[in-house]
Ligand binder design. Structure first.
Ligand code: ADP
Ligand code: GLC
Length: 474
């Protein structure tokens, strides 16, 4: 089977969040299962690797055609192709957040299909990811509907986050090469008075998936569906939740080349070295028996920062270090900078994106906080498990599917979780964790429960393969 994987970010080339990790790991896992996989993404100006394989390919768009170049390299063993269109993708360090984002990614969708044709091997499945790829099935069902090249091509849209809709002005449809007739509410791209690329994908893709079973249920409710719950409910028989996995070649304390020492469940001594290293990098005192509570995250309301802000004083009073790596909402950045200034011997902050530091934090911290308001899957809690960094999470989406509350009697469970989105509930769990931390023997049990579990992509990649096969047999 030929699977074409379409994504707006792929690690390590461009990454703002978990989508990039998935887009790099899942194709590799599918290839390991014996499938042919090709990845296509935009060529941002931060990407300097790869070679030009096509100097000029005209893509129908706008008032005529826009030319692209195509670059390629092997991502490990999987071929990755980049669509080079400087007008759209050379935007400095921010890959999203530009006023013409819908046009940029509409172009990506169209250019991807032209690139697929240029490659010459018809895809059996195009695996789409989030709103940035939402117009691909719309193009397939309209301008390419009689194109023999795509006659046997099916599409699967993976929803990584329902919060982002890719809104655009419907008057742009002709510029995108699409008929204004598509602007209807029932089965079209209209969504609450504007047009949405996500909705386009949700109505036009042959199958839908999201990144945990729990989130697949949640998005069919008004609490999590971002007003698209009706549509998702109507398509529930085409919707499946498949939990993200981890690429243990990259996130593994036994071999991670970013961290100060290696460790395994059998020999945890290296974790203490990593803790010392982490404390020194954040200019914190070498108090190795004091627990480190850490956060690595996009700083946004989704991730529960209002709760963390509310309890931060109590957290310090309870005797823990607090380390935060993240970037985003300035309100929170300012707050945590002030917290650091008030307690420089207890708090460490780094505002910005730093992959190496993310690895060092996973390795050196004791406890990882992820009190998300909603969380389609969440990868950091799963990375934390592998590094023996015990997660405290809110029971939502993939956090609920991956974290089981620790039980002192049976000694089962890998973390702590609370249900109501309330700061005192988070605080209770922090207190519980800090008390358990004092019992070194039990703490090692909870650490090892997490470290020994297998969250590799093997299982989930097979589930995707089942979906692709079902699409082929339709
Ligand atoms: P989301 O995709 O919603 O941001 P995930 O938990 O799925 O959440 O994935 C986040 C990914 O981004 C993880 O690999 C995490 O390590 C990484 N990450 C988030 N913020 C930063 C940062 N400031 N620096 C480095 N890596 C980060
Ligand atoms: C999104 C979600 C996150 C998920 C990631 C990868 O960014 O917010 O929960 O893990 O996509 O699927």
């Amino acid at each position: 089977m030929h699977i074409l994987f379409a994504a707006s970010e792929v690690a390590p080339y461009a990454k703002t969040g978990g989508l990039a990790d998935v887009a790099s790991a899942l194709p590799k896992a599918l290839q390991k299962l014996g499938e042919r996989v090709t990845v296509i993404m935009p060529r941002y100006d931060s990407i300097h690797v790869g070679e030009v394989v096509c100097q000029y390919l005209p893509v129908p768009f706008g008032y005529g055609h826009k030319p692209i170049r195509i670059f390629r390299e092997e991502m490990g063993t999987v071929p990755i192709y980049w669509i080079d269109a400087p007008e759209y993708f050379h935007r400095g360090k921010d890959i999203y957040g530009h006023s013409d984002d819908p046009e940029r990614f509409a172009f990506f969708c169209r250019a991807l299909l032209e690139t697929a044709k240029w490659l010459g091997v018809p895809p059996d499945v195009i695996h789409l990811n989030d709103w940035m790829t939402g117009l691909i099935p719309v193009y397939l069902r309209t301008v390419y509907s009689y194109d023999p090249f795509f006659a046997d091509t099916s599409t699967l849209l993976s929803i990584h986050n329902m919060a982002f809709h890719g809104y655009f002005d419907p008057r742009q449809l002709p510029y995108f090469g699409l008929s204004p007739d598509l602007y209807t509410s029932d089965g079209g791209l209209e969504f609450r008075g504007t047009a949405s690329m996500l909705k386009g994908g949700l109505v036009a893709a042959d199958a839908l998936s999201t990144v945990s079973r729990r989130y697949a249920q949640e998005i069919q409710t008004s609490e999590f569906g971002f007003k698209m719950e009706g549509l998702l409910k109507a398509r529930r028989h085409d919707l499946i939740g498949i939990l993200n996995g981890v690429d243990y070649e990259i996130w593994n304390p036994a071999s991670d080349h970013y961290i100060a020492a290696h460790f395994t469940p059998e020999d945890l001594s290296g974790k203490r070295t990593c803790k010392a290293d982490l404390l020194s990098r954040f200019h914190l005192p070498q108090e190795l028996d004091r627990p480190i509570i850490a956060v690595v995250s996009r700083i946004s309301d989704q991730k529960g920062f209002d709760l963390i802000q509310e309890i931060s004083g109590r957290l310090l009073q309870a005797g823990a270090f607090f380390i935060l790596l993240g970037s985003g909402d300035a309100r929170y950045e300012n707050f945590f900078q002030r917290l650091r200034d008030a307690a420089p011997h207890r708090v460490g902050v780094y505002f910005g994106f730093n992959n190496e530091m993310a690895h060092r934090i996973e390795a050196g911290a004791d406890i990882f906080l992820m009190p998300s308001l909603f969380e389609p899957c969440g990868l950091n809690q799963i990375y934390s498990l592998k590094y023996g960094t015990v997660p405290i999470v809110r029971a939502t989406g993939g956090l609920d599917d991956t974290i089981q509350e620790f039980d002192r009697i049976t000694r089962n469970g890998n973390g702590f979780k609370f249900i109501p989105y309330k700061s005192n509930k988070l605080l209770e769990k922090i207190y519980e964790a800090l008390i358990l931390y004092q019992d070194r023997e039990l703490w090692q049990v909870i650490m090892k429960n997490g470290m020994q579990a297998d969250h590799s992509w093997d299982v989930s990649a097979k589930k995707y393969l089942d979906v692709y096969r079902a699409l082929q047999n339709r």
